[in-house]
Design a protein around this ligand. Structure first.
Ligand code: SF4
Length: 74
């Protein structure tokens, strides 16, 4: 399976987030290389657009992503 289509520019994937968790490598394997449809960052991008993705949103923060999507009136 190919990597997430956003991986080239994703700040999580490119280690540019303010506080990278020690589990980042695991998340990359889980999300960026496999289940990117389930990634919280991807969910927000797909639903409401890339500019709505908080800098510090991690791939596993699905509930936070849902709240952002709801808050955007979608
Ligand atoms: S799966 Fe999520 S964290 Fe990984 S590259 Fe795609 S949008 Fe970024």
């Amino acid at each position: 399976m190919a990597n997430c289509e956003l991986s080239e520019t994703c700040i999580f994937f490119n280690d540019q987030m303010p506080n990278m968790p020690s589990t980042a490598a695991v998340f990359k394997k889980m999300y960026c290389e496999q289940d990117y449809d389930k990634c919280a960052r991807m969910m927000v991008v797909k639903a409401v657009g890339r500019e709505k993705v908080p800098k510090d949103l991690f791939p596993n923060q699905k509930e936070r992503a849902e709240a952002i999507i709801k808050g955007s009136g979608q």
